[in-house]
Structures are given as structure tokens and as C-alpha cells.
Design a protein around this ligand. Structure first.
Ligand SMILES: [Zn+2]
Length: 686
């Protein structure tokens, strides 16, 4: 072994050991599970390179999980193995190939079918029923020996004390005397339970948990079982361990066994697919990627298994993992990195938001350099200081956020690095205030504050507002700096000679921008009202208001009582709208703008299924022509585009879909089929 590789291996092992301790003993992981799995995978491949046998690597990794002495030990009759991981579809294909190769090599008479189900991010637990009565519950521990938590699961949701097999009509199961049936699954905190629980903890100044998995682990391994019972834990079954003296045909496949479990009172994993081929499995993985956020439980992957138990047994297991199953790991949503600084951003309505400047870190393939800290209360609660290591989360379209500070308790922390929200606006230097009952601190200078003016312009030209293509943030900043625009109507006075003088502007780009400004002159009342940027007036609210108007100008003197009659409009919106038009500057600006634009009739229906959504089509559609599909989107309140970008809400995928579909997956845009698209549309609006 070369000394460089030797050192690399030694370092890697010590890093893994440290994280095992943080994860298992302290319930305070410093890295995401995904990163941990990758470290382990790296060790395996390094050892392979060094010709170190797999069994030695496994020995090096060791038990990982040291038990707390106070719990009784339980030896598992059948080891609770963990699964091998797949990080890509290529890895998944290798798994399918290994299975078919092995079937061929051993001349087995099987054509494999697969099931796939979400992999819950919880704590693995085994429940043992003797003569159909719950006798023992144990944690996974190191896979061979776990902890006895029988008392702790006794009042847990999803744990039947007795299995009523006799009255089970769907499954005629033969049970012999002293039968043993071991059910395996995960103990989890449902997302909604987790939120409620953490709020409760906060109120009573108790420890907050970083995520549902840590909450589940911390709650389950309580020496005082009554503490566990007071926590909203749920057991979800996903398979069998030891089976002795139980016979039945329904136990021939994984899926039918799960259906049996459900019929005797267990909760089972949903969504799932059964009897699938590799292509179905991959489709399922893609679907899960899209709906991950909306699932009731945190997941970290998809488990793919061979359905047939006989084939499972024939393929068997290595020391570490079964050969008949694999865990496809979904890209992590969190990562740990360092805070380089804390900036304060000023929003459209003057809200001061602390933002952590980060050492760039990749989450799910996207580089993250900034994450919001929301407001000064959150900042204080999380105790984030410059130089801290923090956990950052990026999920879906949500702005990345700092979740928590990691492992700073034993580090000497410099008081000077702690951060206080400024009393004066970082943009205009004006006074800030924080109103009673609000979490936000605000600059009260309105559009006289450069930051607020800039944000107001960005909103005004945005797609759902005046939709001026090609007028991005950089350009707006430049126009303001060069004093070419100061209020919204100045945009309509720009000419190409002025524009050509700007950086990176030629005659062509100047003309393009002039063209899109011209195009934006024709708009709807709702989009215009929304573009004005009145607080609390979103596009839907603007539509509701404009539906009641004959002429836009009516709004200037609309009696409050009439506003109050509008569906969905509450007192906050009413006072916001009425105050806006009471201010002389706003009224004059609106009148000047009305001279520049004209209204077309609102074509989209109110509350159409694609209202405010942007849809992209790719590939060949089965039943619809591309143009008529786009027309359907428009009729249902949406817009359509040719390319997938940040503003895309749906990507409808036909046959031979190419790069657009890939881009959509990468950007976590919701991908749907033509059938799903048609199903979404109201039958009356075709
Ligand atoms: Zn300001």
C-alpha cells in the first residue's frame, strides 16, 4: 500500500468513525446521511483498489452503533442488514444486471419482477410476535444486536398488540403453536407531528430537534418508556424478519405480504409499485422526486426489491447487504457548510432580511452560496455567528435556508462575531422600525430607499406583472444608476439611443428591449394592478378586485364598503389598497402609467387550474397537437413557454422527450404526462 493511499484511508476511516459517533451516540449528525453514505462507499471503493477484502472493510466500519449500557440487548434471530446504495440510474441498471446475470448463472427458472417503495428516514425497529402476541421490540443496533424497547412501543401508533389472524378472511394463514413472526419497519415522526411537537418543545423551553429522524431516534431511545409514549411516534412496517411456524401462500411475494400486514392492523409504506419491470421502477423514482415535498413522512430514497421470496432466498445476502434489494438514494436536501458572513437584504416593502453568506456548497447538484436566516428572532434562536458551521436546506423552489448551527457548543466562540440587526437601513441609511407583533424590521423610506426602488422595478417588469422580457436585475440597476428611470412610467420613455450607450448593449439588443417594452403596453387590469406592487395584493387578489371594475379608474375612489363586498378580500387588503391610492404620488404615478398602456379583456378564467402557472411541452404528444395543448393552458388561466427555466411550473412530457425533460428533472420542475395534464383540466374548459 502506498503511503499516500494509506494516509488517505486512515483519514477516511477516522472521519467515518467521528460521524458514526455524532449520529448514533449524540443524535446530532454533522453531515447529511447522503454524505455519510458516500463516505462509506468511498471507503469500499478505496479498499477494492487496495485489494483489501470486503469483509475487512466491513470489520473496519464495525458496529458503528455503540449501545447505551442501560438498555437490555436483544440478539436478532435474522440479522437486520442495511441495503447497498445506488446513487444514479446507472447504479440501478447495474443492480438489475447483477440480478439477471445471477439468475442465468445459477440456471434459476425466474423472470424477476420488482417492487419499489419510498425509503423512510426513521429508526429501524423489529417487532416479534409469538403466538400472534407482541412479545419483543428491538432497535436495529448494529444489525446483529439491538436494544430492547418493548415497553417504549406499547402505545405507539401502528403497533398492534395482537394479530387477529383467525378472523382474517382475505388471508387464510395457518399458524402453528409457538409460531414466531417478526415484523420489521421504521419508527418515524410524521412531518405534521414533528412541527407540532417542536413548537410545543419551544413553548416549554425544551430541546428542539433538527429534523424528524433525530426526533424519532431521541424519543424512541428513552430509558423512561413513558417519555416515549408521550411522543407522537408512528411505526410503519416494510418487511419480515424471522418466520417460524407460519405458512401461507400470500407470503410468496413481498407485496402480498405487505397487504397481509395492512389487513392485520399495520401501517405500510405508500406510495409503492408492485410487480414492476426496471422501466416502471425508474418512472416511479422520478415521480417520487417530484412529490417528495408533499409526502407526509421524510424519505431519503426508494427501496427496490425482488418481489418473489423464493428468488430472494436463492440470491441470498452478502455479509453486509442482501443481493435482492437496493436503496436508490435521493439527492440530499441539506448540507453542512461554513458561514463566511451575514448580510442584510432590503426587500420590496423595506423588510430587512439577514442572509448568511456561505462557503459554496452543492445541494442536489445546485451550488448554494447564500441562505436566508428569515428575521432577527430566527437568527437569535439559531444562534448563528460568523465562522459557524451550519446545516443548510434547499428543497424544491423554496429559497435555501439555514436550519441550525452545528456542533459549536464546545468551541470557544468570539463574542465579536455575533450579529445584531442594524438599527439603520443598509441601503439608504434611514431609520428602521419593528412594529408590535411583527417579526420583520423595516426601512420606512419607501421608494426613496434605493434597495426598495430596485425591488419595486424588478416586480413591476416581472412575468406575472408587466412581463417585460429582457429587463433583468442587472439592467434595472444600471438604468437606475444612470438616472434613466426613476419611476415606473420612465420605462415607457426609454429610446434605443439611450439604451445603446449602456454596457454590453448593441443596436440589436436595444431594439429587442424596446420591442418587449412596446409589447408590454397591452396588458390586463389585473396584471397592471399587481404590477403596481401594493402590499398584500397578489395576482389572484388583483384579479378578484378587477373583476368588479368597469374602468380601472373606479379604483381611485372606490368606497371601502364596495371593496369589502369582493369575494376573498379581507380588511388588511382593503386598507392597503385604499391607503395606496390615497397617497398623491401613487395616484399620479398610476394616472401617468394609464396614459402609456391599454387594457385587453381578461382571457383566462378566474381560478383556472393553471392560473398563474407556466407550462412547457416537450416530446411528441399522443392525442393533442402542440398548439392546441398550449391553447388549453391559456384557457385554463396559465401561460406556456418554449424552454424550461426557473419560472416553469409544469413540464408535460410526450414521447421522445429530450433535454427539456432532463432540465425539468434537474431543476425539480414538476414533470407530468399528457394523460396527467388532461386529467388536471376541467372537463368544461376544453
Ligand atoms: Zn432603506
Amino acid at each position: 500500500m502506498s503511503s499516500a493511499l494509506k494516509k488517505k484511508r486512515k483519514d477516511l476511516v477516522s472521519i467515518i468513525k467521528r460521524h458514526q459517533e455524532a449520529y448514533y451516540l449524540k443524535d446530532q449528525p454533522e453531515i447529511s446521511d447522503h454524505t455519510y453514505d458516500k463516505l462509506v462507499a468511498e471507503l469500499f471503493s478505496l479498499d477494492h483498489e487496495l485489494n483489501i477484502p470486503r469483509s475487512s472493510t466491513e470489520k473496519t466500519l464495525g458496529v458503528g452503533h455503540k449501545k447505551r449500557d442501560e438498555f437490555l440487548s436483544v440478539e436478532h434471530a435474522t440479522p437486520m442488514l442495511s441495503l447497498d446504495n445506488a446513487f444514479s440510474f446507472d447504479d440501478l441498471d447495474l443492480f438489475f444486471k447483477r440480478v439477471t446475470d445471477s439468475i442465468k448463472k445459477n440456471r434459476l427458472d425466474f423472470s424477476p419482477e420488482y417492487s419499489a417503495e419510498t425509503k423512510l428516514d426513521g429508526v429501524a425497529v423489529s417487532l416479534t410476535y409469538i403466538d400472534c402476541e407482541l412479545k419483543k421490540a428491538a432497535t436495529r443496533g448494529d444489525g446483529l444486536v439491538g436494544e430492547d424497547i418493548t415497553d417504549n412501543v406499547m402505545s405507539m401508533s401502528g403497533v398492534p398488540h395482537v394479530l387477529h389472524l383467525k378472523d382474517n378472511h382475505r388471508h387464510n394463514v395457518n399458524i402453528f403453536h409457538n409460531s414466531i413472526l417478526e415484523i420489521r419497519g421504521e419508527v418515524v415522526f410524521l412531518k405534521k407531528d414533528f412541527e407540532r411537537f417542536n413548537k410545543h418543545q419551544e413553548k416549554s423551553s425544551e430541546k428542539l430537534f433538527a429534523n424528524p429522524r433525530n426526533a424519532a431516534a431521541g424519543s424512541l431511545r428513552q430509558l423512561d418508556a413513558s417519555v416515549t409514549m408521550s411522543r407522537p411516534l408512528t411505526f410503519i412496517a416494510h418487511g419480515a424478519g424471522e418466520m417460524n411456524g407460519v405458512l401461507d401462500d400470500t407470503f410468496k411475494t413481498h407485496s402480498s405480504f405487505l397487504e397481509f400486514l395492512e389487513s392485520v392492523g399495520f401501517k405500510i409504506i405508500r406510495p409503492r409499485v408492485k410487480d414492476g419491470q426496471p422501466s416502471n421502477i425508474k418512472t416511479f423514482v422520478n415521480q417520487i422526486l417530484n412529490i417528495r415535498e408533499s409526502l407526509p413522512v421524510e424519505i431519503d430514497g426508494v427501496v427496490v426489491k425482488i418481489e418473489n421470496y423464493e428468488l430472494q432466498n436463492k440470491l441470498g445476502s452478502t455479509v453486509r447487504a442482501p443481493r435482492f434489494a437496493i436503496a436508490y438514494k435521493l439527492p440530499s436536501e441539506t448540507a453542512i457548510t461554513e458561514v463566511l458572513g451575514i448580510d442584510v437584504q432590503v426587500g420590496r416593502f423595506g423588510t430587512l432580511t439577514p442572509v448568511a453568506r456561505l462557503k459554496t456548497v452543492s445541494i442536489g447538484g445546485v451550488n448554494i452560496a447564500n441562505a436566508t436566516l428569515h428575521n432577527e428572532d430566527e437568527l437569535r434562536k439559531k444562534g448563528v455567528k460568523i465562522g459557524d458551521r451550519v446545516e443548510v436546506r434547499r428543497a424544491g423552489d423554496v429559497i435555501p435556508e439555514v436550519v441550525r448551527t452545528v456542533n459549536t457548543s464546545n468551541k470557544k466562540r468570539d463574542k465579536n462575531l455575533s450579529f445584531k440587526m442594524p438599527k439603520f437601513c443598509p441601503s439608504c441609511g434611514g431609520k428602521t422600525e419593528r412594529l408590535e407583533g411583527e417579526v420583520a424590521r423595516r426601512c420606512i423610506n419607501g421608494k426613496k430607499c434605493p434597495a426598495q426602488l430596485e425591488q419595486a422595478f424588478i416586480h413591476f417588469v416581472s412575468k406575472k406583472a408587466m412581463n417585460i422580457d429582457g429587463l433583468g436585475t442587472k439592467l434595472i440597476q444600471q438604468l437606475i444608476r444612470e438616472n434613466l428611470v426613476n419611476s415606473f412610467d420612465d420605462i415607457y420613455k426609454l429610446n434605443s439611443i439611450q439604451l445603446e450607450k449602456l454596457d454590453k448593449f448593441g443596436a440589436k439588443s436595444a431594439q429587442n428591449l424596446i420591442d418587449s417594452i412596446e409589447k408590454s403596453r397591452v396588458t390586463t387590469q389585473a396584471k397592471f394592478l399587481y404590477a403596481l406592487g401594493i402590499r398584500h395584493v397578489g395576482l389572484q387578489t388583483a384579479k378578484s378586485i378587477c373583476d368588479t371594475l368597469n374602468r380601472f379608474e373606479e379604483l381611485f375612489s372606490l368606497p371601502l364598503e364596495k371593496l369589502a363586498l369582493i369575494h376573498d378580500i379581507g380588511p388588511v387588503v382593503i386598507s392597503s389598497v385604499s391607503n395606496f391610492f390615497k397617497t398623491r404620488e401613487n395616484l399620479e404615478l398610476t394616472e401617468r402609467l394609464l396614459n402609456e398602456i391599454t387594457f385587453k379583456k381578461e382571457v383566462s378564467i378566474q381560478g383556472g387550474v393553471f392560473a398563474g402557472k407556466d407550462v412547457v411541452f416537450t416530446g411528441t404528444l399522443k392525442t393533442l397537437k402542440r398548439a392546441s395543448a398550449q391553447e388549453l393552458v391559456r384557457k385554463n388561466g396559465g401561460t406556456f413557454s418554449e424552454t424550461v427555466n426557473k419560472k416553469t411550473d409544469f413540464c408535460v412530457v410526450g414521447e421522445k422527450a429530450g433535454t427539456k425533460a432532463k432540465a425539468a428533472l434537474r431543476m425539480q420542475v414538476k414533470v407530468i404526462t399528457e394523460d396527467e395534464f388532461l386529467a388536471m383540466i376541467d372537463k368544461n374548459i376544453r
